[in-house]
Design a protein. Structure first.
Length: 283
């Protein structure tokens, strides 16, 4: 059984704790919401799940109810002993989560996860969601799937496609590594304290191989070109990429130099980034 709003408020008061603004702490206080998240994560008995920002354990308990094996990461040292006590009290003799006190941004993920594939399920603070997800896609291949809850604007940016208003350099990076989609929304009323914005549930599935093979162009070069293009997103690409991509690259890559950054998908960016004076037309 997971935690209600009253139980969470009482737990914080009993231990002299308050949600930390610097850590972006907004606890989910609705049992139906955390069970919905666990269901949408599509995890079950024996699956390896890592949760970032476990807080007081509402989502952790819902994930454990599925039978998954959960590693709960929490950076707030004041919350960690309370989290452990909540899991022990609620689970009794049933398997509980492995609780790790650590900052997910500097964690040794290889040492923590070991072998096998993992699913990340998390209610992520708005201020760290984007860089953390990109870091995990770039450097932690053991995490094969993610279901993250974050600010709606952030979630839409992660899952945006060419031509959409939210589409940007982050969207291209996600598209390079994975497929992503917003699969639900969460109102502010299910959080304590209540945020001023709606949240989105974003499902991310890692591709077996990057959308643009490294034999075509390196990820570093692709990122450089994408960053330059979106730095001046209102300009036509021939101007935005001046000094970064040669004028001849547009014809060779099949990209209209009058296009703007938000019109190109990751493969078009890859063709532009791959062009060199001696290279054949990228496919």
């Amino acid at each position: 059984m997971t935690l209600t709003r009253r139980e969470i408020v009482d737990l914080l008061a009993q231990h002299g704790l308050r949600p930390g603004r610097a850590l972006g702490q907004n606890f989910v206080v609705d049992p139906n919401t955390v069970r919905r998240v666990a269901r949408l994560a599509e995890v079950g008995p024996g699956d390896q799940v890592v949760e970032i920002g476990a807080g007081l354990g509402s989502l952790t308990l819902a994930l454990l109810e599925t039978g998954a094996r959960v590693t709960a990461v929490e950076v707030d040292r004041g919350l960690v002993p309370v989290l452990r006590s909540v899991l022990k009290a609620r689970r009794g003799d049933q398997p509980t989560a492995r609780v790790v006190e650590a900052d997910a941004r500097i964690l040794d993920w290889s040492a923590l996860l070991g072998a096998g594939q993992w699913t990340l399920v998390a209610n992520l603070p708005y201020n760290v969601a984007t860089p953390l997800i990109i870091d995990l896609l770039e450097g932690v291949p053991a995490i094969a799937r993610m279901l993250v809850m974050t600010q709606r604007e952030v979630g839409e940016r992660l899952a945006a496609h060419p031509g959409q208003a939210a589409y940007g350099s982050v969207s291209v990076k996600v598209e390079y590594w994975a497929t992503a989609a917003v699969i639900g929304h969460v109102p502010p009323t299910v959080f304590y304290p209540r945020p001023k914005v709606e949240s989105a549930l974003v499902a991310i599935a890692r591709r077996p191989t990057p959308a643009v093979p490294t034999t075509v162009v390196s990820y570093e070069r692709l990122s450089e070109v994408v960053r330059a293009g979106f730095a001046h997103r209102r300009k036509m690409l021939r101007r935005a990429l001046e000094g970064t991509v040669a004028a001849e690259a547009f014809d060779a890559a099949g990209v209209d130099p009058r296009a703007r950054a938000e019109e190109l998908d990751v493969r078009a960016w890859g063709r532009l980034a791959a062009w060199t004076p001696s290279s054949p037309t990228p496919s």
